[in-house]
Design a protein around this ligand. Structure first.
Ligand SMILES: NC(=O)c1ccc[n+]([C@@H]2O[C@H](COP(=O)([O-])OP(=O)(O)OC[C@H]3O[C@@H](n4cnc5c(N)ncnc54)[C@H](O)[C@@H]3O)[C@@H](O)[C@H]2O)c1
Length: 371
């Protein structure tokens, strides 16, 4: 069945959707009936869709086109108004992650989707990975033994241009509205959501304890080097330690410490390593999974907005706890100027890794910059 779709937010991550829509149109699965952005279309990105209606108002576009599905890939603080417009128009919603920048906004969107009787998928693409599904299966079957803890580490690097590209980058709030663009809540949001989902702890009440250690190495509002430790209702200790100030970046890893086996999920690479034995898997994108679910409701949504409660609790806590502490200058190294300027925290790669291995926080690891 061909579903009609509109896309709000056509550049930035929206260009990934434009590419996917091109493929899905070729397969006959969707027909793009309109585009929405506050900025005028750019020739290259929109060129294949130059014949489709374009509007700066999603409300107007929805009234004109009545699509089956609205895709919202806009800045986090616009998810509520745009998501609300789509749900009120009776559309199924493909909403980028994180679903909302506060608990209240997530609750409103989840409630609207429920009362409208439509589906709302959140763009946590890691949950569509076959490697994630296989690991869930192995945990469920008891193959790993008792899960003693789940530790995630991630070490990326961001330059000044990353923070200059948009007014909301690195902000906790903008003009009084929550934004939540911290390392844990946005770039590494997949790590948090995937670790919680591996533990089958996705509801708000599934978290019984939650501690954060938030730091920053730049002149931003949010954390960029952070550690989170939670205990889930089933008693699992879950840690997530991440940084955007790595000198030697690497892809994030989630370690499941089983009493019998150890598993590593490299969630950006669809790679599962079970006691040292790697296996490579496929993935289904959030949009494809949503379309499959609409065709056959027995196919579950990979990332239903209703299942983002525990994630949103983390996000809300991280974004409202006392502001992240600036790491003292003596621990930092600066390189480059202008847009390419980077700040590094030497040794942080080892710190985040040790956190995941030992389920420990930065201060417990005696990291000198965290003292
Ligand atoms: N799933 C992933 O791996 C992934 C990766 C990157 C970003 N994202 C998410 O995608 C979303 C967009 O991020 P981005 O970096 O592309 O943002 P961005 O600031 O680049 O904006 C994306 C587009 O939205 C448009 N836009 C802004 N406000 C709008 C409004 N009110 N109505 C219509 N269009 C509007 C902008 O003009 C731009 O074209 C965020 O939720 C982000 O967290 C997801």
């Amino acid at each position: 069945m061909t579903r009609t779709v509109v896309l709000a937010g056509t550049s930035g991550y929206g260009s990934t959707y434009l590419r996917e829509i091109t493929e899905l149109e070729a397969e006959g699965a969707v027909r793009l009936v309109g585009l929405c952005d506050v900025r005028p279309p750019t020739a290259t990105a929109h060129q294949p869709f130059a014949d489709r209606p374009f509007d700066t108002s999603l409300d107007r576009l929805l009234t004109l086109t009545h699509p089956d599905v609205a895709i919202v890939s806009t800045p986090i603080h616009t998810h509520l108004p745009l998501g609300r417009a789509a749900l009120n128009a009776g559309c199924h919603l493909m909403l980028e992650k994180p679903p909302a920048p506060s608990a209240a906004e997530w609750r409103e969107l989840a409630a609207l989707a429920r009362s409208a009787g439509v589906s709302c998928q959140v763009g946590f693409q890691s949950l569509g990975s076959g490697a994630y599904a296989r690991l869930r299966e192995l945990i469920g079957a008891g193959t790993l033994g008792r899960v003693e803890g789940i530790g995630c580490y991630g070490a990326w690097s961001r330059d000044a241009a990353y923070y200059r590209r948009a007014s909301w980058a690195g902000r906790r709030e903008l003009r009084g509205v929550p934004v939540a663009d911290g390392a844990l809540t946005n770039p590494f949001a997949h790590a948090v959501a995937t670790a919680l989902a591996l533990d089958a702890s996705t509801d708000w009440d599934d978290i019984t304890a939650l501690d954060t250690e938030l730091f920053r190495v730049r002149d931003i509002e949010t954390d960029d080097t952070s550690c989170l430790r939670m205990t889930s209702r089933r008693g699992t200790v879950i840690t997530v330690a991440v940084t955007l100030a790595a000198q030697t970046p690497s892809e994030p890893v989630i370690i499941v410490h089983g009493s019998r086996l150890r598993a590593e999920l490299h969630y950006t690479r669809d790679l599962l390593v079970l006691d040292g034995r790697p296996s490579q898997h496929d993935r289904t994108s959030p949009l494809r999974n949503l379309l499959a679910h609409l065709d056959d409701p027995r196919i579950a949504l990979q990332s239903d907005i209703a299942a983002c409660g525990a994630f949103t609790r983390v996000l809300d806590t991280v974004n409202t706890t006392p502001a992240p502490r600036m790491v003292d200058e003596r621990w930092l190294v600066h390189e480059g100027v202008g847009d390419t300027a980077r700040t590094y925290l030497p040794g942080v790669e080892q710190a985040v890794r040790m956190s995941a291995e030992q389920l420990a926080t930065f201060t417990e690891l005696d990291e000198p910059w965290a003292a």
